[in-house]
Design a binder for this molecule. Structure first.
Ligand SMILES: Nc1ncnc2c1ncn2[C@@H]1O[C@H](COP(=O)(O)OC(=O)CCCC[C@@H]2CCSS2)[C@@H](O)[C@H]1O
Length: 381
């Protein structure tokens, strides 16, 4: 069942050897049953947010966590991760993320929005629901950090953040409680791009009203800002060691590939589902958008008032109001009517406006204005 393939390159464990699950043999659950009854520390080979979130789901659904504790360590390329009950347009700059090719992922746990890149470490603590204990898990993280750099001032707050020097957030927490199993996951900011973090987490869309969970913004810092010699790898190694000591595990870190279907049957289907528009955007709690935008044509600008009710990501009512000298009221009314039933996204908006122009040929001037309006509305989405 075990195959000793190589010493893991990502995590340079000095005293322990990493093993990699032999892809040719058996499933992950069988491996745990045979070799890791008490628990295990896992490290992902993937930096794709959807693959890593899929492995979390897969373990939560498929692994017997009754008497077992698992720590899963993972890092992602740049991504924004929103909570289960959040509105992405309220929480981040969706158009900017799209332009930069940075994915938005909706996780299954509640809570707020965070930014990930390779300088951010994610730790998922799986346990039975009975043994679920966020204080214990976060104590493991702070102890590991103190072990690594005794001078670090890191403390857990009442809301399960970890603060550096009593002021700066270096870790945020969220959790998912199932019927019998549970997981608590947290971030650790080691060396993220803080400029990218703050521009991506600034919403570009004003005027949204909803009862989606709002994030709780906080000043953040990287551990590296305090000690430039710290690395993510060293933090992972320290956390793995502390976790194993705390839970009495004596197995080496297991390197897992969250895309491997034979080891984790059904996992790629989960990853696919997590990437769909219907999950990421369509699961947004019902919201109302009430906003104004300026449209410019030649030397004149005009104010557009926009009202939309959006449910499951689908526009349910739409009102576009523009001064009559900019666009004829019947055109406005027809465009508003056509928007109803479409997804709140730039592709659908562009398609609707293009279809309208195809079936209602307009003068060049009017056509240009309709394009401008279309682009301005799509830019909010
Ligand atoms: N990576 C990261 N770590 C810590 N804090 C962050 C991070 N990114 C942004 N922030 C700050 O936290 C607030 C949001 O705080 P808030 O308390 O609202 O939300 C959270 O902390 C959620 C943590 C989720 C952890 C999961 C673990 C694996 S997948 S994501 C945000 O506005 C920023 O100010």
């Amino acid at each position: 069942m075990w195959s000793r393939l190589r010493t893991c390159r990502n995590l340079c464990l000095k005293t322990r050897i990493c093993f990699q699950l032999n892809r040719a043999q058996g499933t992950f659950s069988a491996l745990l049953d045979e070799n890791c009854r008490a628990g295990a520390v896992l490290l992902s080979t993937s930096s794709n947010v959807f693959h890593n979130l899929a492995l979390e789901d897969w373990i939560h659904a498929r692994v017997d966590l009754d008497n077992r504790s698992i720590l899963f360590m993972w890092r992602n390329r740049p991504a924004v991760v929103i909570g289960r009950h959040q509105n992405p347009w309220q929480e981040c700059n969706v158009p900017l993320l799209r332009e930069r090719g940075i994915p938005v992922a909706r996780r299954r746990s509640g809570g707020g929005t965070v930014f990930h890149d390779l300088g951010n470490l994610n730790l998922t603590f799986f346990s039975s629901r009975k043994r679920y204990d966020r204080q214990r898990n976060l104590r493991i993280v702070t102890r590991a950090l103190k072990q690594l750099r005794p001078s670090l001032d890191v403390r857990v707050t009442d809301r399960f953040d970890i603060l550096l020097n009593e002021q700066f957030k270096i870790s945020g927490t969220a959790a998912k409680l199932g019927r019998t199993g549970a997981y608590h996951h947290c971030t650790v900011l080691c060396a993220v791009d803080r400029t990218l973090l703050s521009v991506t987490l600034r919403s570009s869309c004003t005027g949204i009203r909803s009862n989606a969970t709002p994030s709780v913004p906080a000043p953040v810092k990287n551990l590296r800002d305090d000690d430039p010699t710290l690395t993510c790898e060293a933090v992972m190694e320290a956390v793995a060691t502390q976790y194993s000591a705390d839970f009495g595990l004596n197995r080496p870190v297991i390197v897992v590939d969250p895309t491997h279907e034979l080891c984790h049957p059904g996992i790629n289907g989960i990853a696919q589902e997590l990437q769909t528009w219907d999950w990421v955007f369509g699961k947004t709690p019902k919201f109302t958008l009430e906003t104004s935008l300026e449209v410019h044509y030649e030397a004149r600008s005009s104010k557009v008032h926009l009202h939309m009710d959006v449910k499951n990501g689908i526009i349910e009512t739409c009102g576009i109001e523009i001064p009559h000298n900019w666009l004829p009221p019947e055109t406005c009314a027809e465009l508003s009517r056509l928007m109803v039933g479409s997804r709140f996204c730039p592709t659908d908006t562009a398609l609707i406006f293009t279809a309208f122009l195809r079936s209602n040929p307009e003068s060049h001037k009017l056509e240009t204005k309709i394009h401008i309006l279309s682009e301005n509305i799509a830019a909010l989405m």
